[in-house]
Design a binder for this molecule. Structure first.
Ligand code: FPP
Length: 237
């Protein structure tokens, strides 16, 4: 699917995958069970995205503020990331999915970092979808870090700054930001990159998120009129 709204480069969709904990608690299960079910929803979404015109998909897997969660939940999430990388790297290669991880790596478990690097190397040629997983990610920190790297305080253009900000995994601005779980906030996710993103909030808990939900969000997006601060073009005649 390609429309006037994607500029021919495919869409960049970003997702705040919220609701795992509530989904599990509603069933009397530990929160970790919700994250495990959330990993299945990640697989479904990655599979569906390229067929729906998405070329870049950025998923918020672990925010820098998530370190404040109970140690047991944090370890379960880190373990899940290892399992995901171990299992999914080969499938990504098969399906032409290029995998990148954005965020800090210096606080991640030592075992996880080489797996990320290996996954990125193995999938580097993937041309169907660029999957960016945000792990230990804070948009404010990323912006501060990029600003600190501006040489001699030289003012950058917006384009230069955007390139600096996403040097590790270059991506266009976000076209559509989806948040599951019923909350309506950005939670320090891609603040610069979402400057003109369309926002879509759904009450669906992330473990229940399916291809149809992505399709519905994109259908909603394709009905929006994106003006980027300008006025709509006046039809001639
Ligand atoms: C937010 O839901 C979700 C997270 C902090 C973790 C996201 C992780 C996954 C979807 C699973 C694994 C991901 C990959 C890439 C394998 P929450 O726990 O805050 O839910 P709540 O608001 O209901 O408590």
């Amino acid at each position: 699917m390609r429309t006037h709204t994607d500029n021919g480069r495919g869409l960049h969709v970003a997702i705040i995958m919220d609701g795992n904990g509530r989904w599990a608690e509603a069933r009397g299960w530990p929160r970790e069970a919700g994250h495990r079910a959330g990993a299945d929803a990640v697989r479904r979404t990655v599979e569906a995205a390229p067929k729906l015109g998405v070329r870049t998909l950025t998923l918020y897997a672990f925010s820098s503020d998530n370190w404040k969660r109970p140690a047991r939940e944090v370890s379960a999430l880190m373990r899940l990331f290892r399992i995901y990388l171990g299992r999914e790297t080969a499938r990504c290669v098969e399906n032409g999915v290029r995998l990148s991880v954005i965020g800090r790596r210096d606080r991640l478990p030592a075992l996880l970092v080489p797996m990320i690097e290996q996954g990125e190397r193995a999938t580097a040629g993937g041309a169907n979808l660029h999957l960016r997983l945000a792990v230990d990610y804070s948009s404010r920190e990323a912006i501060l870090h990029a600003a600190g790297r501006l040489r001699g305080g030289r003012a950058a253009t917006r384009e230069e700054f955007a390139r600096l900000l996403n040097e590790a995994a270059p991506a266009p601005d976000v076209d559509l930001l989806i948040r599951s779980g019923g909350e309506q906030r950005l939670s320090d996710f891609l603040l610069w990159e979402c400057a003109y993103a369309e926002l879509h909030f759904t009450p669906r808990m992330w473990p229940d998120f399916a291809a149809g939900d992505l399709e519905a969000a994109l259908a909603d997006y394709h009905h929006r009129q994106r003006r980027f601060g300008a006025v709509p073009a006046v039809k001639a005649g």
